[in-house]
Design a protein around this ligand. Structure first.
Ligand SMILES: [Zn+2]
Length: 95
């Protein structure tokens, strides 16, 4: 994956924030609206393919349904948990 572009101003949850037309918005949603069109993300989540919440790099973002986003989140969380279990019990490390 290419290098993330991290937005310097983040909220308490680590998401980039920006004022857009005078209103506070999530940076990744503003960028996704500019990249994919506002209609493409209307009622949609914007998923970070890189899992960096502060990232606003257009090719790291894609519109996704909340369900897709949650599946992606839990799949990665389970994979990470499995990796740490393997590492803890078997001395396995991943690159
Ligand atoms: Zn990124």
């Amino acid at each position: 994956m290419t290098e993330c572009w991290l937005w310097p101003r983040v909220n308490n949850h680590g998401y980039g924030r920006v004022n857009w037309f005078g209103k506070p918005r999530y940076t990744h949603r503003v960028i996704a609206a500019m990249t994919y069109g506002a209609a493409s993300i209307h009622n949609m989540d914007v998923m970070h393919l890189c899992d960096s919440k502060a990232c606003w790099r257009p090719d790291h973002l894609r519109p996704a349904t909340t369900q897709e986003n949650m599946i992606d989140y839990w799949t990665k969380k389970k994979a990470a948990a499995a990796r740490s279990r393997a590492a803890a019990y078997q001395g396995v490390t991943y690159g």
